[in-house]
Write a protein that binds this ligand. Structure first.
Ligand code: 5GP
Length: 113
C-alpha cells in the first residue's frame, strides 16, 4: 500500500488534532467537519478499505468500533452519534486508508446523501 495522507498523520509527518491514540489506532478531528463533532478513527495497520479487510482483522475492526463509542461519549454524545465507513470512490471514499467517521452534535437524516 502506498503512503496516504493518513499514514503521514500516523507518522507525524503532517499535523492533525489528535484526540486518542493507542497501539492499534489513532483518532483525530476531520479537517472539513460535517457536524459539530467529526472525528476520524483509523487503524495504524494500513488497510485500504473495509472490502480489503481480512478475517484476521476481526479484533482490530471491533477495536475501532468500541473506541469510536468511547470517543463519542468523551465528546459528550453517548446516545446519539453516527459512524460511517465509505468504501470505494463511488461510495464517497477519498482517502484510501480505512477510517471510521464519528459524527455527532446535529440531527442526521436517513437515507444518507
Ligand atoms: P472519506 O471521504 O475518504 O470517507 O473521508 C476522508 C476524510 O478525510 C474527509 O472527511 C476529509 O475531510 C478528511 N481529510 C482529508 N484530508 C485531511 C487532512 O489533511 N487532515 C484531516 N484531519 N482530515 C482530512
Amino acid at each position: 500500500m502506498t503512503d496516504t495522507l493518513f499514514s503521514k498523520i500516523i507518522n507525524r509527518e503532517i499535523p492533525a488534532d489528535i484526540v486518542y491514540e493507542d497501539d492499534l489506532c489513532l483518532a483525530f478531528h476531520d479537517i472539513t467537519p460535517q457536524a459539530p463533532v467529526h472525528i476520524l478513527i483509523i487503524p495504524k495497520q494500513a488497510i485500504v478499505k473495509i472490502a480489503d479487510a481480512a478475517e484476521s482483522d476481526q479484533s482490530l475492526l471491533g477495536h475501532l468500533l468500541l473506541k469510536a463509542r468511547v470517543i463519542a461519549k468523551e465528546q459528550g454524545y453517548e446516545d446519539a452519534f453516527r459512524l460511517v465507513i465509505n468504501n470505494g470512490s463511488a461510495a464517497g471514499q477519498t482517502v484510501f486508508h480505512l477510517h471510521v467517521h464519528i459524527l455527532a452534535g446535529r440531527q442526521f437524516n436517513w437515507p444518507p446523501g
